[in-house]
Design a protein around this ligand. Structure first.
Ligand SMILES: Cc1cc2nc3c(=O)[nH]c(=O)nc-3n(C[C@H](O)[C@H](O)[C@H](O)COP(=O)(O)OP(=O)(O)OC[C@H]3O[C@@H](n4cnc5c(N)ncnc54)[C@H](O)[C@@H]3O)c2cc1C
Length: 149
């Protein structure tokens, strides 16, 4: 069964699993970027601050932080709405003395081995996170917290 991005077809055929793991998806993206020479058109670490339509010349002027603006006739936004972590409205969370990790912004440098961990929520992300927790965080003691029974 193919497991490397090079072996996965243009439309994802041949991936190792129906829900391919993140590392495989990343490899696939890199493969496509290389194949179509897309990197030279990419700008990394660039935050779009706004866009203004120029009525006279009929193009967008897109302003980018710490960089010159760019102009474009069309804009496709692919900014999603889940890319920014939003902390839950839990009373006292701002004074919690322990480590808080939001799944949108996972801190890979923090080792949860031997830690006492409370996972808040049992949605789609938790369903992926919890089953792997004992393998990824040996000897940790996890408590799963959910809103309804
Ligand atoms: C913790 C978590 C778990 C998830 N699990 C699953 C799952 O198991 N299955 C599933 O199908 N979906 C899952 N999702 C949802 C999935 O990740 C999103 O639906 C998907 O990534 C959307 O893809 P996208 O390309 O539209 O946006 P994203 O992948 O979010 O990409 C948006 C990009 O836009 C960039 N951006 C935003 N604003 C600006 C700006 N002003 N200037 C420049 N760049 C900007 C961001 O930095 C980011 O790189 C999960 C999401 C989260 C947060």
């Amino acid at each position: 069964m193919p497991t490397s991005g090079e072996e996965v077809g243009e439309h994802g055929e041949g991936q190792s699993r129906f829900y391919a793991p993140g590392a495989e998806l990343k490899k696939y993206s890199e493969h496509i970027a290389q194949k179509y020479d897309l990197r030279r058109r990419m700008r990394f670490n660039s935050v779009v601050l706004g866009a203004r339509w120029d009525e006279d010349d009929e193009y967008w002027i897109v302003s980018i932080a710490d960089s010159e603006s760019i102009t474009a006739r069309y804009i496709l936004t692919a900014t999603d709405f889940l890319s920014q972590p939003r902390m839950p409205d839990i009373s006292g969370i701002e004074t919690f003395a322990g480590m808080i990790i939001h799944t949108t912004k996972w801190d890979y440098s923090y080792d949860l081995t031997n830690r006492q961990v409370a996972v808040i929520g049992t949605g789609a992300t938790a369903v992926q996170l919890i089953p792997r927790s004992h393998r990824n965080w040996p000897n940790s003691r996890s408590t799963i917290v959910r809103r309804s029974g």
